[in-house]
Ligand binder design. Sequence first.
Ligand code: DC
Length: 673
Amino acid sequence: MQRIPFLDLPPLASAGGSVALPGSKSISNRVLLLAALSQGTTAVRSLLDSDDTRVMLDALRELGCGVEERGDGLVRITGLGGAQPRSPARLFLGNAGTAMRPLTAALALLGGEYELSGIARMHERPIGDLVDALRQLGCHIDYLGNDGYPPLRIAHGGGRPVLQLDAPIRVRGDVSSQFLTALLMALPLVAQQQDLVIEVVGELISKPYIHITLELLARFGIAVQREGWQRFTIPAGSRYRSPGEIHVEADASSASYFVALGAIAPSSNGKNGLNIEGVGLDSIQGDIRFIEAARAMGAQITGGANSLQVRRGSWPLKAISLDCNHIPDAAMTLAVMALYAQGTTELSNIASWRVKETDRIAAMATELRKLGATVEEGADYVRITPPASSADWRAASIHTYDDHRMAMCFALAAFNPARLPVRIEDPGCVAKTYPGYFGALFSVSQAAGTDIPVICIDGPTASGKGTLAAAVASQLGYHLLDSGALYRLTALAAGGAGVAIEPANEPRLAELAAHLPVRFDGARVFLHGQDVTDAIRQEAIGMQASEVSRLPAVRQALVALQHGFRRLPGLVADGRDMGTVIFPAAPLKVYLTASARCRAERRHKQLISKGISTIIDDLRADLEARDASDMQRSTAPLKPARDALLLDSSGLTVDQTVARVLDWWQARRPFSA
Ligand code: DC
């Protein structure tokens, strides 16, 4: 999503249907490497498509692995088996620590000549402890920049290095758990003759990630034995075996928002709760235990290996008191669920919240209070009591502190019983783990149609409505309806069907309009699957559209199509009768004008930029004729709605016009500044 200043969520009423979550990043890159080290082909399903997985795939290709990408999230990796990777090779690994660390370890053990580098930030991320551990074994690794950091060179011209594998391999565990992960994934390559032991020096951090590594190793045939989190043994004779097919789990923390949604929202008509695809009850990710907490609050959750089904159970939710040390990220979602619980919810042992993307305890307390909750915060806990009654809820603008999880969990406040909208500031921050989050949320949530805001922008030809409407829609993250395009499409379709645009053909033209085979894809418009974006903008089609729009049956036939554009989170609609006929109850109506002279000049410039030469006076005459026709027709004539705000853009730039409309809109929103 484009970085917009805020996204207003209308009050949401229900949820239902199915949502497919994106794959987990840490699982994706581990699976790719393990498949590359195995014998045979592994079909990897639901791989996350992100910068970090892209660099890994490129590196594997470079090293001689077979990589076949099928557009639908399925990637086939044919591994090296016992073979040497292709060498010499230069690998660019962007900012992917999950590629740099394990590849360094695997390549150093396998031998060959390689250079591994990344973006500037990658060259500031430590790797010295891993390199030290590998050097202990006899691997030859040089730093090409600063000691202790990438870029690196691995140099073993003559095949595999001679390794000393008798003594336990010691690695620090308190800087990054990725060093241990890297060794755990690389050492099975050389564990033919003897057991290999890894000893962790210092307290191991991020244990759930090591758990993921061990689980994935097991799926590729490596049974690591573990004594606490201090000592790991890779048994002699270990050999990577492809599982044939493997599914990348969706991110369990991302799933928590949809589990909560299912627990909070009444089920939409005809839907039996919410189905979450991509992660299931036997997930290997630590945050899956969020489900136990959600159940304790009242959610009804069932699931299989790869999906979860959630329905509202107890209502209101039950307040809980929970030590959240095992689910620090997903616990934020519980804090927002607490808004819908009876009584006070206490989330404790969350000191780590204070040192995450932001001080999450302080942030959570501040923003929950804005909504009307009573919050007590301590060094390592929060206690949340929801607003006492529906009247105590407030329409709040939620600050998100560049923290993707703040943005995602506070969206759930839109189910408040007071039916107040919720503003999420900087909604684009969700891109860190889930760029499509709001789209996914809207795809399974329903609002009362009348709660979805529509901003109408009507006015005569060439007043700049289209430009204004598109800019306002993109600033607000709303959908856009260019209603003129529908009349233009009808005219084009009539031409294609050989139906002359004249009153005698009104029924046939209406029939065409009612069943336009149209598809909108961003700014492009398709008719019968053909891109007609430019075709419908021709002047001749504009004149025909004006003719066709005079026919009442055609106008009527297009009503349902236009109403269908009113979707979450909101709509900006431009045309002639948006405010008067199609959306008469819209909360903001703008009637945009400009002098005929000014409009003719703008159109003239626009046409010249397309290489079409015209005479201004002719254009002005055409515009005035079209205005007269649009204003004088008997059905839905062009005129300002009674409650429209008039905006003459003659002396204004586009930016000034957009700013004026956004100001008007802000003034009508319930959020205090
Ligand atoms: O805005 P435009 O130039 O794309 O519109 C093409 C024609 O369609 C215009 O002459 C009037 C007609 N129209 C209409 O009657 N009602 C609308 N809501 C939009 C356009």
